[in-house]
Design a protein around this ligand. Structure first.
Ligand code: CP
Length: 309
């Protein structure tokens, strides 16, 4: 594996399978009463969050602590960033504290690449602007694999605000590497112009794609990133692209429903679908800890797992 994990494209098929297999091993720890390994004792993981997060921030902290790493949590709110301190100076301050890995979430696409040029430790992208969120794609692939088995030839449909979604881009890249066939579904206004060069199909018709899907992953409509009218009304969006009970009935019996969260219940996904047995949304959060443990373990060169699990 490379030293940093910034894009899902950084992962070869062998890398991705190694992470997923390692996560399978580490999942056994989550089933124990004492959920901790000494593997990363003496290592320091810094969580550097310039943008809001619930799931990713908490799960990286839990993952590092379960591997016995020391964890420093940095949030831009309440820090010297509000006094104008730059990303570089913040990074160098944290570097001086001896970070072995820096997990960064930032509103600017590309910020983790800049950071990687300034710090000696590994950089892990926890979401940068509308660019990528590779550990979300890994936890999603881990969840799919546990539910459905190997992903080769599986049909994955990703629906919604692709234009603003770092989750969609990372999932398309990783799932293609793992041999899955991805179809993106959205209104024409919510596709990026370069989507034609992505390794996936594109559709505007959700109802036509649902019967052929093993997985339907709904994306949050990111109203906070929208500076124009991308669809007539929320009701119209929901009618054409929302996942409700009638649409779930068109999916094969084995197919699962995913959402990276946070959700707009009643808009891209009906509450009864989000809470249904076919939904893996809560499972995805639990799997996030395991997948991120695997990433930190492999990047920081933890001790052999064989004797520890
Ligand atoms: N899926 C995800 O990245 O959620 P958070 O924004 O809560 O971290």
């Amino acid at each position: 594996m490379k030293r940093h994990l910034i894009s899902a494209a950084d992962l070869t098929r062998d890398d991705a399978l190694l992470i997923l297999d390692t996560a399978d091993e580490l999942a056994k720890i989550s089933e124990r009463s004492i959920k901790k390994l000494p593997t990363l004792r003496g290592r320091t993981v810094v969580n550097l969050f310039f943008e809001d997060s619930t799931r990713t921030r908490i799960s990286f902290e839990a993952a590092a602590k379960r591997l016995s790493a020391d964890v420093i949590n940095f949030s831009a709110k309440g820090s010297s960033v509000s006094k104008g301190e730059s990303l570089k100076d913040t990074a160098l301050t944290l570097e001086a504290m001896g970070a072995d890995a820096v997990v960064i979430r930032h509103g600017a696409s590309g910020a983790p690449y800049r950071l990687a040029g300034w710090v000696r430790g590994s950089v892990v992208n926890a979401g940068d602007g509308t660019h990528e969120h590779p550990t979300q794609a890994l936890l999603d692939a881990f969840t799919m694999r546990r539910r459905l088995g190997a992903l080769d030839g599986r049909k994955i449909t990703i629906v919604g605000d692709v234009l603003h979604s770092r989750v969609a881009r990372s999932n398309v890249l990783l799932l293609a590497t793992l041999g899955a066939e991805v179809t993106l579904v959205a209104p024409p206004t919510l596709f990026p112009v370069q989507v034609g060069s992505w390794p996936c199909e594109v559709s505007y018709d959700l109802d036509a794609v649902l019967p052929k899907s093993d997985v339907v992953m709904m994306l949050r409509v990111q109203r906070e990133r929208m500076n124009a009218a991308f669809f007539p009304t929320e009701r119209e969006y929901s009618r054409r692209y929302g996942l409700d009970r009638d649409r779930v009935a068109k999916m094969p019996d084995h197919a699962i429903v995913m959402h990276p969260g946070p959700m707009n219940r009643g808009m891209e996904i009906a509450a009864e679908v989000a809470d249904s047995p076919r939904s893996t949304i809560v499972e995805q959060v639990a799997n996030g800890v395991t997948a991120r443990m695997a990433v930190l373990y492999l990047l920081l060169g933890g001790a052999d797992l064989g004797g520890e699990i």
